[in-house]
Design a protein around this ligand. Structure first.
Ligand code: ATP
Length: 364
């Protein structure tokens, strides 16, 4: 358990998801604790209009808590939420320029699809003609017009998801919040709905924030990814940033496979067993040099690499699009290498290598 007593409060993480556009949403020192349990540590985060933001992390890391604080469904213990220049920290959900699609969709089972989609506008007292016209537009947008007079239980999971999106989007929120929107769907439907969400985002042009524990989903949809672990923001960046330039050990392993070699940093120079060294600013001490398996070259291809080791092939696994090798290095460490093809066999002596630009340094 991630209690305050075992995780002393750190200074807030200061991250900007977009330094060029003025931020639409600005979170300052936002935190949530339940008694001594710190679900979200104080964080600062800004993101701009039109952003498609993914909050990514394992179960229990605080993603939903952060999303619900944005939507007004959970009251923060500390900090402020400013949206479009207005401090909405103490505003209830209906007074915020946000709308949330919950896991499980939350459709009213006894109302038709048309009534479900128009519900928010009716409650807001909009004239019938406007409600009808906007419902028709929304049903067209999510390609669900033929289902307008059906009830939610008569629809498939993917169709209900589309209706939940339409019901949220009809309110024209400045920020659409989506909590694990595709969690209940099978893989094919999930992929189709991801495509649908991408289309909706580009057609409507609003700001979307979605929670997911699926790194592939975050990388394929999001313009910016907020990676969380144990209540803290570990990194904010594009898919390329978090995959190719992870800032922490957690991010390195959560967003993909990573090889690590233990190294020592002294006076801003990192060295591995006198095999190689390179400049890297930071505190003195033990660090880890990381490299992705697909960046590792094998055999003759390793000859031109900046950093090279020798080893023995332990295992060769054919994965269709690529071949994955496990190599035991002469220093005893195990390395994964993924190549588009290759004919090496277990027991073969092999040289491995990678380019300096493909590595990163983290502390454990
Ligand atoms: P998941 O992907 O499983 O939904 P999550 O990252 O969204 O996880 P949260 O739902 O934000 O996680 O929960 C963060 C932590 O806060 C969890 O450990 C959870 O048990 C705890 N938590 C959430 N709500 C409460 C509550 N009302 N009282 C006490 N602890 C809570």
């Amino acid at each position: 358990m991630n209690a305050i007593t075992t995780h002393p409060a750190l200074p807030p993480v200061s991250v900007s998801a977009d330094s060029f556009r003025p931020p639409l949403v600005s979170l300052r020192g936002l935190a949530k604790n339940y008694g001594i349990y710190q679900a979200v540590y104080p964080l600062d985060l800004e993101f701009g209009e039109g952003e498609f933001l993914a909050i990514l992390g394992p179960s229990g890391c605080g993603k939903t808590t952060l999303l619900k604080m944005l939507g007004g469904f959970i009251e923060p213990s500390e900090g402020r939420i400013v949206i479009g220049g207005t401090d909405v920290t103490r505003h209830p959900p209906e007074k915020r320029p946000t709308n949330m699609v919950f896991q499980g969709y939350g459709l009213f089972p006894h109302m038709t699809i048309r009534q479900n989609v128009g519900y928010g506008l009716r409650i807001a007292g909009k004239p019938k003609a406007e409600v009808d016209a906007r419902v028709a537009d929304m049903l067209a947008l999510v390609q669900m017009e033929p289902f307008a007079d059906k009830l939610p239980p008569e629809l498939s999971g993917g169709q209900q998801q589309r209706i939940a999106l339409a019901r949220a989007l009809i309110m024209r929120p400045k920020v659409l919040l989506l909590d694990e929107p595709f969690a209940a769907l099978d893989l094919k439907l999930r992929q189709a709905m991801q495509e649908e969400l991408r289309r909706l985002h580009s057609e409507i042009g609003g700001t979307f924030v979605f929670v997911t524990h699926d790194q592939a989903e975050a990388m394929s949809l999001a313009t910016k990814i907020v990676v969380m672990s144990r209540g803290r923001v570990e990194q904010v960046g594009t898919a390329e940033d978090v995959y190719l330039r992870p800032k922490t050990h957690f991010v390195s392993t959560f967003v993909g496979e990573a090889n690590f070699l233990k190294a020592e940093r002294k006076l801003a120079r990192v060295s591995i067993e006198s095999a190689f060294s390179f400049d890297d600013p930071g505190a003195d001490g033990t660090v880890l040099v990381g490299v992705r398996p697909e960046k590792v070259r094998l055999g003759p291809a390793a000859a031109g690499c900046d950093h090279r080791f020798t080893g023995t092939v332990l295992q060769r696994v054919f994965l269709g699009a690529q071949v994955q090798y496990t190599v035991r290095l002469t220093n005893g460490e195990t390395f994964l290498a993924c190549r588009p093809s290759g004919e090496l066999s277990p027991g073969d002596a092999v040289e491995i290598g990678w380019m300096a630009g493909d590595q990163w340094v983290v502390t454990q």
